[in-house]
Design a protein around this ligand. Structure first.
Ligand SMILES: Cc1cc2nc3c(=O)[nH]c(=O)nc-3n(C[C@H](O)[C@H](O)[C@H](O)COP(=O)(O)OP(=O)(O)OC[C@H]3O[C@@H](n4cnc5c(N)ncnc54)[C@H](O)[C@@H]3O)c2cc1C
Length: 379
């Protein structure tokens, strides 16, 4: 790790993307990091997706999308390490079960079967009622609110700072003093999730919400030891992996179980629908009556997945921001890490690592340009 921070970084967003990116920079060394965000870990708001996630690791990366596979793999590796070593992260091992009511005609095993342990096709006699085909494998679940606090604590312990502020543009983000001495940022990173749709300097109209309603339950104490050991996703006939009607079960390390769910594009409705909660409960019950017959409903919640046409935006460029009066034109590295839809947790470590690599590439370019300019000046 470098001894003195070299570059000042202002990060917008304190969801799983912003916090993971901050931690990756601090762990790398050579960066002083400040996070600014409207919502911070432990807040609950429809404009803050991260606390509402189930969340579990189940990659939907296309068989050909090597970049996404790499990001999901890096995250799986970190998460399993945390499950082995650090209970404060809220990550626990489970057996992941994916069930198809009707086996898809062109079924292929998912790419990740080569990285997870214990991948297998579930024997017919072990399949729940109404299921024709299933796979199982070792994976992890994250207690989302706890994991956000874990990341926040790590960042503070590494000397990062966090400030509750709302900005209206990238320029605002760059102009926020990086520290109490009023130093300027050398690098800004946009991790504002769905906020990227309305953020000045970004206005990404490829962004849209995919509403997800969940029901959080508890099961009787004698059932919990069995229920905490598995996740389940059930795909209705005709739905591909990750689309259509999905029914899912995700236990958290605090004894709660998240039941889902819905995938409603362009729906911003904040209030949970009672009818939807009933439908989720009955789909889950139909699959595992043995576990959820006596479940107690704690609450129903809604989150908006920050979806993006064209996929996630993980990029960086050297830019000269067009300042108004009172500011010298500034050359900055401007990076983005947003648009993670329903996979922000399972790819967070890999996306953060990629963001750091992108930034370092830009810093090299910048250094090269400065050296060339000095050489020219001497000539
Ligand atoms: C029901 C549900 C289930 C899910 N299950 C899973 C799962 O099992 N596995 C998985 O991997 N993912 C899951 N997800 C997806 C995951 O939750 C998201 O991909 C992830 O939380 C996105 O995080 P983010 O940090 O990019 O955005 P957010 O968490 O929304 O954070 C955005 C941050 O930017 C800040 N911000 C935005 N605009 C501004 C502004 N102008 N000024 C200041 N601050 C601003 C916000 O305050 C916030 O701090 C699920 C999501 C839902 C809703």
């Amino acid at each position: 790790m470098a001894q003195h921070p070299t570059y000042n970084v202002n990060i917008l967003g304190s969801g799983v993307s912003g916090l993971s990116t901050a931690l990756a920079l601090l762990e790398k060394g050579g960066y002083s990091v400040k996070i600014v965000a409207t919502h911070l870990a432990s807040d609950l708001s429809i404009d803050y997706t991260s606390p509402w996630a189930g969340a579990h690791w189940r990659s939907y990366a296309d068989i050909a999308d090597l970049a996404q596979q790499e990001r999901d793999t890096a995250t799986y590796t970190r998460f399993t390490h945390l499950a082995d070593t650090d209970p404060s992260a809220g990550i626990m091992y489970v057996t992941g079960n994916d069930y198809w009511e009707v086996k898809p005609k062109k079924y292929e095993d998912p790419w990740f079967k080569r990285i997870v342990k214990s991948f297998k096709h579930v024997p017919k006699e072990e399949l729940p009622p109404g299921i024709e085909f299933g796979i199982s494998y070792l994976t992890v679940t994250m207690n989302a609110p706890k994991y956000l606090l874990y990341l926040q604590n790590k960042i503070l312990a590494h000397g990062g700072t966090i400030e509750r502020t709302t900005v209206s543009s990238l320029k605002d983000l760059a102009q926020i003093p990086h520290n109490s001495q009023g130093s300027k940022a050398d690098i800004i990173i946009n991790c504002s999730g769905l906020g990227s749709r309305n953020l000045g300097g970004v206005h990404d109209h490829q962004m849209f919400p995919t509403r997800g309603q969940i029901v959080i339950v508890k099961v009787p104490d004698e059932i919990w030891p069995k229920a905490k050991k598995f996740t389940m996703e059930r795909y209705a006939e005709g739905s591909a992996m990750g689309t259509g009607t999905i029914t899912y079960v995700i236990p958290r390390d605090n004894g709660e179980i998240v039941l889902g769910g819905t995938m409603e594009n362009w729906n911003y409705q904040e209030a949970a629908s009672e009818e939807t909660s009933k439908a989720i409960m009955s789909r889950v019950l139909a699959t595992r009556p043995d576990l959820f017959g006596r479940a107690t409903i704690l609450r129903s919640c809604v989150g908006l997945r920050p979806n993006r046409r064209g996929g996630v935006r993980v990029s960086a460029a050297v830019e000269q921001l067009d300042w108004n009066e009172g500011w010298d034109p500034a050359v900055l590295v401007v990076a983005h890490n947003y648009g993670h839809a329903g996979f922000g947790y399972q790819s967070c470590v890999g996306c953060a690592m990629r963001t750091v690599e992108n930034i370092e590439q830009c810093l090299k370019e910048l250094q090269g340009a400065k050296t060339a300019a000095r050489t020219m000046a001497k000539l």
